[in-house]
Design a binder for this molecule. Sequence first.
Ligand SMILES: O=C(O)c1cc(=O)[nH]c(=O)n1[C@@H]1O[C@H](COP(=O)(O)O)[C@@H](O)[C@H]1O
Length: 242
Amino acid sequence: MEGAGSMSLIIALDFPNRTEVERFLSHFAGEKLYVKVGMELFYSEGPGIVSYLKEQGHQVFVDLKLHDIPNTVKSAMRSLARLGADMVNVHAAGGTKMMRAAWEGLAEGTPAGQERPLCIAVTQLTSTSETVMQQELWIDKPLQETVLHYAQLAKESGLDGVVCSALEAEAVRNACGNGFHTVTPGIRQAADSTDDQIRVVTPEDARKLGSSYIVVGRSITGAEHPLQAYKTIQEQWEGITL
Ligand SMILES: O=C(O)c1cc(=O)[nH]c(=O)n1[C@@H]1O[C@H](COP(=O)(O)O)[C@@H](O)[C@H]1O
């Protein structure tokens, strides 16, 4: 299943403020990156952090995992589209009406001449296990089946792909086709601590399993030499020596 579609490594900028982001990015002078702004950074810095990163020439995934009534999600997506994000996300558990509304909001809000951000649905968080899903959330199905079901709902709703573990990437592609993206966090090298992640996969295995994007946070942001950690993981992910 190797090599389908586009492949990118997205660095999760899980930092409390812009000063920390600038300090981190100073290790990457001249590199054009694909970065992710999550709730911590967005809520502390506001939309300006996205414009700042875009001005620096980076691609930006705005990861706010929207999950609300369709009208609210549509309006929020209209606002996010104006920011120039390259990718945004919602929770598939919001259902098809909500996902369609998200897509419509993005289409309406994207300025003329700009590309609509990719709209991706979170299936089951990579920090969730099948046991927690079944016993705590009362979703009485095998985890992979729920991921596939949510992926199919996302596809029917016109979305561009899903967030899932790379463990499910191959099955999602088989069910939804090569053009349907799998954005896969929970990436760890074999020796890394898994932290709060449960469904973890190495960069090499994510490639072999056909992920379109890997999302990597602490293995790079917490490294003593972030650029070196980034290059090592990128080599493993792309299967090449840079
Ligand atoms: O939507 C996400 O990006 C996401 C979904 C998911 O299921 N699991 C997950 O870890 N993430 C995000 O991916 C990043 C993973 O960070 P690390 O565990 O530090 O590599 C974090 O910013 C999470 O918010």
